[in-house]
Design a protein. Structure first.
Length: 622
């Protein structure tokens, strides 16, 4: 295939992607409209998509000159919370009907039961603060889609370096590399060392494929550190705020100056210290800038009719404020070696005019391709890290998913350019027997256990994996809202955990702080398990050691003990979205020493994956 054909193929595929993204946009917008009209406030609160009722706190201008409003959640703290930095929200009052205020805000940050929302300057805050029964709910995220459409349009039209990368990523054409002797990193294992060398040699693209527990973040941090010996500054992005925080924290620990665009999900002094906002307001010129901005607001508020000098004064103040802002920004960006943000955050106006030699995308297998193009247009080469055998991107439109919207940039490059991929092969998390099944099914039996974790266990002669099936048939699953629940199985899940704790001994569980993850793929089951856990007196001393969440909620985490409630139990053998085996790969690989699966084998084992898993676990008893 000649370069013209590569070019046309790339353009056609990206145009097709744009059509599918439009379909996803419409599906999500329609789903949001339906939820808003049909679901009650109570259900939105339970799902974590709304806080109601709210206590409305003070309003103030933040360091970025945005008008902000503080609000406090007054309901159950253990309810889910899907609010995070950057997400759009709307305020409402709830009486006989829900009435929405006519403006959209954005989450500035969330910490426990307190949230700060940036709102437009003309937002009717007096009405909001004086009205009773106020709530806040997540709104449809128009901005992210706008940025993804814009990125696709730019890539389709592009010439130069961006056009070259586009055509390369959509072809079997070989990616270019530098040629130099391999560097040694004594504190990395052989495949981690190989991955760092491959990153350093890449002119165009390299991929670090990290199965669970193989030290992907360690490898990525090393690759970034070494790249910074050759380049003045790099851009580091990920799909989620949490992943950006995680890698930023590791880089800061390594002594790398990071500037984090956007607020972190965990609000503590260490995380906040490298955010743009905190750095901006601690700059020596900030007080003067604040005084000028205040003068601008006062001038606007007290404008007198017929004041001929108003525009002159205003222009002079604005020019001075802009000049100071540019000076502060130049210094902050000049001091940072790593600029870190989400993929969508890379479209922020603060980054306008900035170019980078290298872009690192972590969690690349969880991101829609359109989102990856947002930061790529600012960079010359791309390093992707992640695992396409774990959580995929979220796609709501079934039609768009079937037509290929869920296929990520990382997945396609892995298929078309295996020579740029390094599979990390040594894992440091799981007992060998827990790891082995995942390695065989997903990674061609190429992953090995480090000697120090190979035989790790809590009890002597314990079987590291169990499948509990007694009693599950009694409680067939039922629908609750749009999710599924199996109450009998939830009871068995907690009983099984209690029995295992009794075998270990209460004192040992507490002294050794053995932590537990209870996972269910279904949100309704997670909420039911949480409520039952709170009610059971036995678990009171252990509550701080037990977390209950969906598979997505446990991405990137690990626990000593993992208990999975599969929920599905029916006569037809229907297993719904449990057919997405990548989710199951995440669930079973969170456990360091003990994995207990609770599920109805008659339903589950009609699927070849679950049959194989069930047989594997049964064979361990022999």
């Amino acid at each position: 295939m000649c370069s013209y054909q590569f070019h046309m193929n790339a353009i056609q595929q990206l145009q097709q992607q744009r059509v599918l993204l439009q379909l996803e946009y419409q599906t999500e917008k329609e789903a949001y409209r339906r939820q808003t009209e049909e679901w009650g406030v109570e259900r939105l609160v339970k799902r974590g998509d709304a806080w109601y009722p709210l206590r409305v706190g003070r309003s103030f201008y933040n360091s970025l000159n945005q008008l902000c409003l503080e609000v406090y959640r007054t309901t159950d703290q253990e309810a889910d919370c899907n609010f995070e930095y950057g997400r759009p929200v709307v305020f409402f009052t709830s009486g006989e009907a829900i009435k929405y205020f006519n403006f959209t805000g954005n989450v500035s940050y969330v910490d426990g039961d307190r949230m700060v929302v940036s709102v437009p300057d003309n937002a009717p805050l007096v009405d909001l603060q004086s009205t009773g029964n106020v709530g806040v709910q997540l709104s449809f995220d128009e901005t992210s889609y706008k940025m993804m459409f814009d990125a696709l349009d730019r890539v389709i039209r592009s010439k130069g370096r961006l056009g070259y990368l586009r055509d390369l990523f959509y072809s079997h054409q070989k990616a270019e590399t530098f040629n130099f002797a391999a560097m040694r990193f004594p504190y990395l294992n052989a495949t981690q060392e190989e991955a760092v060398n491959r990153v350093l040699r890449a002119k165009d693209v390299a991929i670090v494929h990290g199965p669970p527990g193989t030290g992907k973040t360690t490898t990525l941090v090393e690759a970034i550190y070494e790249t910074l010996r050759r380049e003045p500054q790099v851009l580091v992005c990920a799909q989620s705020n949490m992943a950006v925080d995680w890698i930023s924290e590791k880089l800061v620990d390594r002594g790398v100056p990071v500037l984090r665009i956007g607020n972190p999900t965990r609000v503590n002094d260490k995380m906040l210290s490298f955010t743009y906002e905190r750095r901006f307001e601690s700059h020596p010129d900030y007080e003067l800038l604040w005084a000028i901005r205040k003068a601008i607001r006062d001038l606007r508020a007290h404008r007198k009719r017929g004041d001929e000098k108003y525009h002159q004064k205003m222009e002079r103040l604005k020019d001075r404020a802009t000049e100071l802002e540019i000076r502060i920004n130049a210094q902050l960006f000049g001091e940072a070696r790593v600029i870190a943000c989400t993929l969508v955050g890379a479209g922020h106006r603060l980054l306008d005019g900035h170019k980078f030699g290298t872009l690192f995308i972590d969690e690349a297998a969880q991101a829609l391709e359109a989102a990856c193009w947002i930061p790529i247009r600012r960079c010359s080469r791309v390093i992707l890290a992640g695992d396409h055998c774990q959580l995929p991107p979220t796609v709501k439109s079934i039609a768009a998913l079937k037509a290929g919207l869920g296929k990520t940039m990382m997945e396609r490059i892995v298929e078309e350019k295996p020579e740029v991929v390094t599979l990390l092969r040594m894992q440091y998390r799981m007992n060998e027997e827990i790891m082995r099944f995942s390695s065989d099914w997903f990674y061609g039996n190429q992953v090995e256990s480090a000697p120090e974790v190979k035989y790790r266990s809590i009890l002597d002669l314990d079987v590291p994996m169990e499948w509990k099936r007694e009693g599950t048939g009694e409680g067939l699953e039922s629908l609750e809202g749009s999710s599924r629940i199996n109450k009998a199985e939830a009871e068995l899940t907690l009983l099984t955990l209690q029995q295992y704790f009794e075998r270990i001994g209460k004192t040992r569980v507490l002294n050794e702080r053995l932590d537990v993850g209870v996972i269910s793929p279904y949100r309704a089951q997670v909420q039911y398990l949480r409520s039952q856990l709170r009610k059971k007196e036995y678990f009171k001393p252990f509550r701080h050691l037990i977390s209950v969440n969906t598979v997505d909620g446990f991405q990137g985490q690990e626990r000593d003990i993992i208990v999975i409630s599969l929920v599905r139990s029916n006569d037809e053998g229907q297993i719904g979205f449990l057919r997405d085996l990548r989710r199951m790969n995440v669930a079973i690989t969170r456990a360091r020493m003990k994995l207990i699966i609770i599920g109805d084998p008659q339903t589950m084992t009609r699927h070849p994956f679950y049959r194989k898993l069930y047989e594997y676990i049964e064979a361990l008893k022999q």
